[in-house]
Design a protein around this ligand. Sequence first.
Ligand code: FAD
Length: 453
Amino acid sequence: MNESRQQTLPVAIIGGGPVGLAAAAQLLTKGEEFILFESGSSIGSSVLEWGHVRMFSPWHYNIDRAAKEFLLKSGWSPPNEEEPPTGRELVNDYLLPLSHLPEMKTKIYLNAKVVGVARKGLDKLKTAQRENAPFQVYVEIDGETKVFEARAVIDSSGTWRHPNPILSNGLWTKAEKMLENRIYYGIPNVKELESRYKDKAVMVIGSGHSAINALLELADLKGKFPETQIYWAMRKKRVQEVYGGQENDGLPARGELGIKIQKLVDTHQINILTPFYIHGVSETDGKIIVTGDLKGEEVSINGIDEVVVSTGFRPDTRFLQEVRLSTDPAVESVEALAPLIDPNIHSCGTVRPHGEAELRQPEKNFYIVGMKSYGRAPTFLLATGYEQVRSVVAYLTGDFEGAKEVQLELPETGVCRTNLASCCEPSSPAQQPTSSCCGGPVKIEITRSSCCG
Ligand SMILES: Cc1cc2nc3c(=O)[nH]c(=O)nc-3n(C[C@H](O)[C@H](O)[C@H](O)COP(=O)(O)OP(=O)(O)OC[C@H]3O[C@@H](n4cnc5c(N)ncnc54)[C@H](O)[C@@H]3O)c2cc1C
C-alpha cells in the first residue's frame, strides 16, 4: 500500500476507558480520523466494575485537557475540581458526556472486542515493506469477526479484566478456579453484597489500595454485623509498609486510606496475617482452607467463608501475538517504563511524566498506553495516561517537538519510605512486641504442619 493511501486510514483505539477516550479527544483536536473499540456494553465498563469506590485523585487530575475543551464547548458543567469522584461518577459525569459528543459518537463501537492485531498480509516474522502495510484489527461484534484497517493502533485496553491469582507464585490453579463463586477478584461492593459477607469469615489478600478499600467496606459491615471476621493476608513483612504517605501524601484522599486502615489495625478490627506466602487453596466441609508460609512456618488457615483477592492485575498480550512488542520481562510494562515504575525498586507511587519516546514499540505506529503500559506495576495515574496519549498523538500527527514536551505536573506521594523500625520485632531479646501493628488476635483455626509447633 502506498504511504499516502495509508495516511487516510483512521487510528484505531482499543478500549473505551478514560485513557482511550482521551486519545480520541487528542486525535479530534488534531482533526485526525479514529475508530474506538470497547468490549463492554458501556464506555468505561471496567471503571463501572469499581464504580462504588471513591478515587483518591480529585477531578482536576482525572479529566483530560483536550476532552475538557470539547465538553465545555458543548455546554457541559464541570464538576468541582477539588473533589475526588467515585468510579461511577467518573463515567456518568465525564466519560459518558464525552462519548456522546456528536464528533465522537459515530466513531465508537460498543460490545466490540478486539481479538487480533496484525500488519496486512505480513506475519510478525516478515520485515520487508512492514512499515508501509496498514494494521488490520480483528474485532468481535455481534457474534461476527469484522476486520478494520488502521494506520496506527493505540492499545488502551487496561488490565482490569486480568487479575492476579491467590497463589504468591502467580500461578492460576484448577483448585482456585473451582472456588470461583466464593472468591471475588477486585473490590466487592460490600453494601450491595451484604448478605454474602455478613457474619462470615472473610480473608482479603493483597496490600494495595484495592485491598484497603475492600477492608474498609468490610469493617463498616462488621460495625453492623459484629460476627463478621476480617483477615488480611499479605506478603509484606510488616503491615505498616502499606500505610503510605498518610498526612504527607500529595493526594489527601490517598493519604486518608492509610490513616483509616491503620486505625482499624490498631483497634484490632482486622486480623493480620503477614508475611504470608500463599501456596494453596482448597475447600473442605464448605469452608475454604488457605495454606502457605506465615512468618516462616507452614500453616493452614481453616474456616474461611469468602476470599477477596486484591493482588493486582496483569496485561493481556495474547491478541497482540503478531505485533512486534518490547515489554519488560518482570514488570510486563512497556520496556522503557520498567526502570521508572518497578515496585521492587520504587517504594513510592511518584513516576515522572513520560511520552511517545518511552512508549515507542519496535512495531512502528503501535503503542500501549494507560494502565496496560505499566504492566503489573500498580502505580498508574490517569494524569500520566493523559500525558502519554497527548504525546503519542502529537507524534502520530507529525508534531515531533510537541511529542517531546512534558506538559504535566504530578502530585508527590509525600513519603516514599516509612519509618519501619518494627514494633513487631523486639529490639532486645527481653523486649516483647506490644503494639497492635502485629495484628489483632487471629480467631480462625491455624494448623501448623511442623511437628514441633
Ligand atoms: C479502584 C481503583 C481506583 C483507582 N483510583 C485512581 C485514582 O484515584 N487516580 C488515578 O489516577 N488512577 C486511579 N486508578 C488507576 C487507573 O487510573 C484506572 O484503573 C483507570 O481506569 C485506567 O484507565 P485505562 O483507560 O488505562 O484502563 P481501563 O479503565 O481499564 O479501560 C480499559 C477499557 O478497555 C476495554 N477492553 C479491554 N480489553 C478489550 C479488548 N480486547 N477490546 C476492546 N476493549 C477492551 C475494557 O472493557 C475497558 O473499558 C484506580 C484504579 C482502581 C482499580
